[in-house]
Design a protein around this ligand. Sequence first.
Ligand SMILES: [Zn+2]
Length: 137
Amino acid sequence: MMAGKKAGIKKGKKQGQYLVESSHSPGKFYTVDINRGSCSCPQWLFRMHHKGEKCKHILAVEQKYHVKVKEGMKAANPKQEKKAKIKESKAKELLEFVRKSKEADSMTLINKFGDDTVDELIASGEIVEEHGRIRLL
Ligand SMILES: [Zn+2]
């Protein structure tokens, strides 16, 4: 765990939005929307929102600003919901692909699934990249 290091949190431009720094990629911020109960991080998009769970970014905002984020909300915007679904299925395919081949070349994965998907799965700790090879964590 990250002992002692607190992720940065700041208020977003819109009312009810907060930006929480990623612990894996410092300098990268996820958007937490307390009105929708959503976060833009891959963990939340890929699985937590289906179960109505809160990711650590939502929890961090609750703690810092003493706000209560609604539970069990899905991405309210249908477009975003659709995008999240596409992302999720791509991520599943990618994980399945890596699981079958044990290890994959990162360029192959990027060409096949897009660098977004690869980046986000690395950021969320589902896969690791070492010397251009990708394997499951
Ligand atoms: Zn999050």
